[in-house]
Design a binder for this molecule. Sequence first.
Ligand SMILES: *[C@@H]1O[C@H](CO)[C@@H](O)[C@H](O)[C@H]1NC(C)=O
Ligand SMILES: *[C@@H]1O[C@H](CO)[C@@H](O)[C@H](O)[C@H]1NC(C)=O
Ligand SMILES: *[C@@H]1O[C@H](CO)[C@@H](O)[C@H](O)[C@H]1NC(C)=O
Length: 329
Amino acid sequence: MRITEERRSSLVSILLLLFFFNTRHLQVMSCPLQTTNCTDQDRKLLEFPLNLEYLEAEFFLFGALGFGLDKVAPNLTMGGPKPIGAQIANLDRLTRDIVLQFAWQEVGHLRTVKGFARPLLDLSEKSFAKVMDYAFGRKFVPLFDPYANSYNYLIASYLVPYVGLTGYVGANPKLQCPASRKLFSDKNLKISKLYMFNVNYAKVLHLVAGLLGVESGQDAVIRTMLYARAKHIVHPYGVSVAAFTDRISDLKNKLGKMGVKDEGLVLPKAMGAEGQLAGNVLVGDKMSLAFDRTPEEILRIVYGSGNESVPGGFFPQVADGEIAKSYLD
Ligand SMILES: *[C@@H]1O[C@H](CO)[C@@H](O)[C@H](O)[C@H]1NC(C)=O
Ligand SMILES: *[C@@H]1O[C@H](CO)[C@@H](O)[C@H](O)[C@H]1NC(C)=O
Ligand SMILES: *[C@@H]1O[C@H](CO)[C@@H](O)[C@H](O)[C@H]1NC(C)=O
């Protein structure tokens, strides 16, 4: 397994979780008893992850069931185009059971995070195969098929929830509206209500924490399932599961262009938690805190282009929302 100097220095990347958590987030949290309305920028930041929620919902629904939002919750697509190339995966019972649970969780998230219609998604075998070829710097023959079996599907799944996770961690500190200590839950809160700019930040924080919690849980389950099979050699490529995760994480770091925020399942011992172990079932920095990513970094990764202005990859047209669109001008 190839370990770069860069990885040594900064460690790991649980993508989705990190989007909303970091130290500035903690500062915001400590701001007492202040109620300020959310800003337009807050709304943009909060609608951005919707791109990833759509991506995950469709990938997991199709993988487990062979159909997606158009069948299970057509309203939630808001009329957006059908995904390209998504299909049912050839999964073992346990994997299908878990993927289906993830799928319905994503449907729940889509009921909460609103803002724009489903963007065009490319979930075809070709789209995933391209990422794998890029990650390994050679052409896999036959093409890497994410839907072929549970190993391939879990490896393909390794690409996505973590990215969303770091996005949530990264967005949090950027939110302008200060937190109120008066935490309360409003089951009817929708991010779309931010359009009215009079939502209490505590509610938003509560919502983001709720999304982050489940996204990071999904990432942890996927990583654990892969970790249990880390030494398995994926047929017919002669590459271990651990090596796949290592290369994919390296690629995400390369595309994100902000150092090491993603790590594979097995690391040099010095990079494991407290430098004690090589096993790396969860990604974390030196203090074992989740990494964060900005929307720009996430776009560079999910476009596969390393450039937030050059759509492609899973979003062949463009991701939606004002932040993503602002890079097309
Ligand atoms: C879906 O949209 C239709 C038409 O706008 C509406 O009548 C229906 O209640 C919606 N269903 C759900 C589950 O929201
Ligand atoms: C928040 O928005 C509400 C409704 O638009 C308004 O009445 C209130 O003054 C705003 N509060 C602040 C602190 O801007
Ligand atoms: C990203 O793509 C845009 C549009 O093609 C280009 O102008 C810009 O130079 C690229 N940025 C980098 C860092 O390559």
